[in-house]
Design a protein around this ligand. Structure first.
Ligand SMILES: C[S@@+](CC[C@H](N)C(=O)[O-])C[C@H]1O[C@@H](n2cnc3c(N)ncnc32)[C@H](O)[C@@H]1O
Length: 458
């Protein structure tokens, strides 16, 4: 029966999927299938979740570009799994899926390769005693204030702690006063004994640096494509780091108290979505969102502002960046054979800009491996929800949604339906071309994300 429900003969054709609007394929007999029926309902719901209340304050610990509204993974987790099931996010970012899985008594597991994503995810899924954390946060701020009385010691530490390139980066992006204050907070955090509390405080420090507006750094638009430097003399509303740290710690501790549901086990681990350290056929549900094609959100560009303070060298971070899905480094890259739609789009872009065509080829090669890997770890008959947006490359729509549906077919992970979620104009993360008329179809697609529901055949 299970087999009949999802067998190949009943798979929707790509042409049947009209991803421009909510669509569930007209698969003959789909009504018989519990999973397909459930998916049909889920995909036709309003998946925007605008203004819906967030019931777990942990999601607010740290900003993260293009993170899920928590209600999205939660809706699929609650409908498609049972307590005790294993829920995976192979590109877990700020850990939204894993937090929602564990707060609904599922086992959540997330992988990412970004060091800041891993820290955010780890802190969000670790349970701490708020009173103990508050005590330590207060002690850290007090100790940091006291150490400002001897700035020469902090200055010395600043000079010895970083390699030359990292030091240059810090000198460029942080005022001298801020550097001394951040150093004071950091040395004080280093003296906290409990490793988990220390991580919580490090994340708090990072949260005052990596903000849309640039936080305590001299950058004023860290949330967007390329940070711009403020003129040091120009008033940014200079924020002293230690009071900012104290305020943020208080906010995060109160967020910690606002936490719904039970707390099952959650794991956030370093791992590449293209080859996961998991055995085959063990996952009950995947809910994930890959980076956009065309490297539209450069995670590392913003994240290195705090990672350099957390002990990572700027050159090492640049190297790590080239391993992210959607990156534009092409030398020595191993491409996958692609299906016809990605090939057609790549060839259109290549005619205008061969390099961009190569970058898109890399993206679809990576996503082929990711979908293949998701298929491997899923249990037969189980679902992978993949949320994607479209990108423009040289004015051409990458049609990520349709291409992934076709790639899914090719790796035997058929797509059973596509939902659409509308993005807030303000929260949309895609830069759009100023040359594209606002009323154009492409421009309209940019304001949507597509919720693809793949099902592993039984
Ligand atoms: C759109 S974000 C995920 C956001 C997440 N859904 C959330 O709610 O926070 C995509 C993530 O993919 C990660 N990523 C990029 N390449 C990866 C790879 N090869 N393996 C695992 N994660 C990767 C990025 O670091 C980023 O955190």
């Amino acid at each position: 029966m299970e087999k009949r429900r999802l067998n190949k003969a009943r798979r929707p054709k790509v042409s049947e999927l009209k991803a421009d609007f909510i669509s569930v394929p007209r698969v003959k007999g789909a009504a018989e299938g519990v999973v397909l029926r459930e998916l049909k309902t889920l995909l036709s719901e309003d998946l925007g979740f605008h203004d819906a209340p967030v019931n777990n304050g942990r999601h607010n610990f740290h900003s993260f570009p293009a993170k899920f509204p928590p209600q999205l993974p939660r809706r699929f987790i609650e409908s498609l799994t049972s307590p005790g099931d294993l829920v995976l996010d192979p590109m877990s970012g700020s850990g939204t899926t894993v937090v929602e899985a564990i707060s609904t008594a599922r086992i959540g597991i997330g992988f990412d390769i970004d060091p800041l994503a891993l820290l955010i995810g780890k802190v969000k899924t670790t349970h701490l005693d708020p009173i103990a954390v508050e005590r330590e946060a207060h002690r850290v701020a007090e100790k940091a204030e006291l150490s400002l009385l001897k700035p020469s010691l902090l200055q010395k530490e600043l000079e010895t702690r970083f390699d030359r390139q990292t030091r240059e980066f810090i000198n460029y992006w942080f005022s001298e006063d801020t550097q001394i204050e951040l150093m004071a907070i950091l040395s004080s955090i280093d003296s906290v004994e409990d490793l988990n509390v220390r991580d919580f405080l490090k994340l708090t420090l990072s949260a005052i640096i990596v903000t849309k507006s640039g936080g305590v750094s001299l950058a004023w638009d860290l949330g967007h494509t390329r940070p711009h430097k403020l003129n040091q003399g120009k008033a940014k509303g200079y924020k002293a780091a230690i009071p900012e740290f104290e305020k943020r710690a208080a906010k995060n501790i109160s967020s910690m108290l606002k936490q719904g549901g039970s707390a099952a086990k959650g794991y956030i681990l370093h791992g590449n979505a293209e080859s996961l350290p998991l055995e085959s056929d063990c996952v009950d549900l995947i809910v994930t969102s890959p980076p956009y094609a065309s490297n539209a959100i450069d995670y590392m560009r913003a994240h290195k502002f705090s990672l350099v303070w957390l002990g990572m060298e700027v050159n090492h971070l640049t190297e790590l960046r080239s391993g992210y899905i959607g990156n534009d480094k092409l030398t020595g890259y191993t491409f996958e054979p692609l299906t016809s739609l990605p090939e057609r789009i790549i060839s259109r872009i290549t005619k205008i800009d061969p390099r961009k065509g190569g970058v898109l080829r890399r993206y679809y090669s990576e996503m082929t491996r990711v979908l293949r890997e998701m298929r491997r770890v899923l249990r037969p008959g189980k679902v992978a929800i993949v949320v994607v947006g479209s990108s423009l490359m040289r004015g051409i729509d990458t049609e990520t949604d349709r291409c992934l549906v076709e790639i899914g077919e090719a790796v035997d992970l058929p797509c059973a339906g596509v939902g659409v979620r509308l993005l807030d104009r303000d929260r949309r993360m895609m830069p759009t071309s100023s040359k594209t008329p606002k009323s154009s179809q492409i421009e309209n697609r940019m304001h949507r994300e597509f919720v693809l529901a793949f099902v592993k055949p039984s």
